[in-house]
Design a protein around this ligand. Structure first.
Ligand code: GLN
Length: 304
């Protein structure tokens, strides 16, 4: 990235304390066009000192040791290189669970919580004791673990083709050993999944078309896994596969819910119709953007 500064660098403080470091580092990032700089600096410093933000506020005058400064500097340089804060901190929150994240796995997004919430409503409204759920392209395992954490009677199978993602998903599951969640390496495009086995299919597939991918912010484009973001086609490749396969994979009465990208609702609805699926609902996110497509086979699939 070209280093375009909007103002001169802030003066280096004469003493490094919690407060002087927070102020200097925030200003240094802000001059380089970063957002939410104070929040990010406080979270990075809190990570180094193993203190919560509120505790930092109670220790503003604490002098920092050379070791603490050196440890902060390592994180700060990564942020200056536009590495996402969640990778630097090594974790993020999603649907009330704390998940490890790192390079090789997509950072869970707030819009994906809408997919999990929609699934949760469906599960609760069904009155069913348990359901078999398939999470296609599980990544960090956020959908599988987030949903099962809220509805522990569910059995959730998360699949992904990325070994890096599966390693992180399995690590994340270790924190929740009582959940009925499994992760395995499988490709929804291949034929290995059992027919008629699932009550619910969930997917947040790579849906960004290549031209939009090129315009993404460096945090995403240069650091998150490309294969989790773009299909390198038209952004719809995985919906074609999912819609084609859902009627066979779903049990009678089963439903599929997919997160979609901005402006994809009509195209995904057409793809669903073309495969004999009825679109039951398109749920908008908090910004009013159609974000989750809920569909089901129009005619009951054959059992077995
Ligand atoms: N919502 C993500 C983003 O805009 C994309 C995730 C995906 O392609 N499934 O960065």
């Amino acid at each position: 990235m070209t280093d375009i500064r909007t103002a001169p660098d802030p003066p280096v403080p004469s003493r490094w304390t919690v407060l002087s470091l927070i102020e200097w580092a925030s200003a240094y990032l802000a001059v380089r066009g970063f957002d939410e700089t104070r929040l990010h600096v406080e979270l990075m410093l809190g990570h180094v000192l193993t203190l919560k933000r509120i505790q930092l506020y109670l220790q503003f005058d604490r002098p920092l040791t050379p070791q603490e400064l050196a440890a902060f500097k390592l994180l700060f340089k990564r942020r200056l290189d536009h590495e996402p804060l969640q990778y630097i901190l090594g974790e993020t929150d999603f649907m009330g669970v704390t998940l490890s994240v790192g390079p090789g796995v997509l950072i869970p997004r707030p819009e994906t919580e809408l997919l999990v919430e929609t699934a949760l409503h469906h599960v609760n409204a069904s009155g069913r004791e348990t359901m078999h759920v398939l999470d296609v392209g599980t990544g960090s395992g956020c959908i599988a673990i987030g949903l099962a954490h809220q509805a522990p009677a569910l059995t959730v199978q998360g699949i992904d083709i990325s070994d890096d993602a599966l390693t992180i998903a399995k690590k994340n599951l270790e924190r929740y050993p009582d959940l009925h969640v499994t992760f395995e390496c499988a490709d929804v495009r291949a034929a290995a999944l059992p027919a008629g086995a699932f009550d619910l299919i969930l997917a947040n597939p790579p849906y960004i078309p290549p031209d939009e991918y090129a315009a993404l912010e460096p945090e995403v484009r240069d650091h998150e896994p490309r294969a989790a973001l773009t299909d390198d086609e038209d952004g719809l490749a995985f919906y074609r596969v999912l819609c084609a396969r859902a009627p066979r994979l779903l049990r009678q009465g089963g439903v599929m819910m997919c997160e979609i990208g901005h402006g994809q609702a009509d195209a995904v609805t057409s793809l669903a119709h073309a495969q004999g699926l009825t679109v039951r609902e398109v749920v908008p996110d908090l910004a009013g953007i159609p974000r989750v497509v809920v569909c089901e086979p129009s005619t009951p699939p054959a059992e077995g």
